[in-house]
Design a protein. Structure first.
Length: 95
């Protein structure tokens, strides 16, 4: 989340969480992207998207995905704009 961003502009409109106790930590990068790549696919069955809430900006109406990354001693709010061209209909991870 960019420093100084006013997250009061975001309204929660849904979730990608399935309710599973522990969704997969596997990521979906068939073309060699990484989680930080601007062109990384948005695959709802995979991490981090399987832990995301869906928000809309009240000012610009653009949709965003948000989740919180937890480390040993920190919480880091993450946000990514939803680009329809990057949404991947990847099959769920086998259980």
């Amino acid at each position: 989340m960019p420093a100084g961003f006013d997250d009061r502009l975001l309204t929660r409109v849904g979730t990608l969480c399935t309710g599973e106790y522990e969704p997969t930590w596997l990521e979906h990068h068939p073309d060699g992207t990484t989680a930080w790549s601007a062109s990384a696919p948005i695959a709802p069955a995979y991490h981090p998207y399987n832990r995301c809430e869906v928000f809309a900006c009240t000012a610009c109406r653009r949709p965003f995905l948000r989740y919180t990354e937890y480390g040993g001693y920190y919480e880091d709010a993450r946000i990514r704009e939803i680009a329809a061209a990057l949404v991947a209909d990847a099959p769920p991870v086998p259980t």
